[in-house]
Write a protein that binds this ligand. Structure first.
Ligand code: FES
Length: 218
């Protein structure tokens, strides 16, 4: 076992475990969005930054492994300010039409905004929605204005579903999710739905075609 300290609490974790999951398991909340326990860290949202004693720059808790004797701080004023900035940037790329959204009131973005005291429609940045792009998939619909490019969907498709049917397209502010689906993939997607399940922004959803919905429910 690895012994470390997080927010003055002495904890034990498994070798190779990440700081984020160790803290959460101990009841210490570290904001996070792009992390998925089952898949490799992306460390893109920068919400999980923590301070590690002896290191100048904050580290992403979702990507950093625990180490013996490590001393971690999760709640300094500097971290809070950095997280608020990161969340505002994320929300600038997310069209928060909450009442019309399937995740309304069970939404990780709403929860993070409330915890970090950030408006769901931050004024500091203009809307940064990517240009609409063709996402050709018979069963799944993509709403780029909602997508926060956390890549949970693409990583889940590759690492959990074992497929790689969806992937990132373009770069920088133009980045969107693209579909590489072939007709033979559709049946698989209907019964998988992992990308829809892990999306925290309701940017992916099953198409409302009755046949498709019925097959998925079945
Ligand atoms: S959860 Fe760690 S960077 Fe997103």
């Amino acid at each position: 076992m690895v012994q470390l300290t997080i927010d003055n609490r002495k904890l034990e974790s498994h070798p190779g475990e990440k700081i984020l999951w160790t803290a959460l398991e101990a009841g210490i909340f570290i904001p996070h969005l792009c992390a998925l326990k089952e898949v490799e860290a992306f460390a893109g949202c920068r919400l999980c930054l923590v301070e590690i004693e002896g290191e100048k720059e904050p580290a992403a808790a979702c990507a950093r492994e625990v180490a013996p004797g490590m001393v971690v701080r999760t709640d300094s004023d500097r971290l809070k300010a950095l997280r608020r900035l990161s969340l505002e940037l994320i929300l600038a790329s997310h069209q928060a039409d909450c009442p019309a959204c399937a995740l309304h009131k069970k939404c990780q973005l709403q929860d993070l905004a409330a915890r970090l005291k950030v408006s769901l429609k931050p004024r500091r940045f203009p809307p940064l929605y990517p240009a609409a792009d063709e996402f050709e998939h018979r069963c799944i619909e993509y709403v780029p204005e909602r997508c926060v490019i956390c890549t949970r969907c693409t990583r889940a498709c590759t690492a959990i579903a074992g497929k790689g049917i969806i992937d990132l397209r373009f770069r920088g502010l133009d980045t969107v999710i693209g579909s590489l689906a072939e007709p033979e993939d559709y049946e698989f997607c209907l019964t998988c739905g992992k990308c829809v399940e892990v999306c925290p922004a309701a940017a992916l959803r099953f198409r409302s075609d009755p046949d498709v919905s019925a097959s998925h429910r079945g």
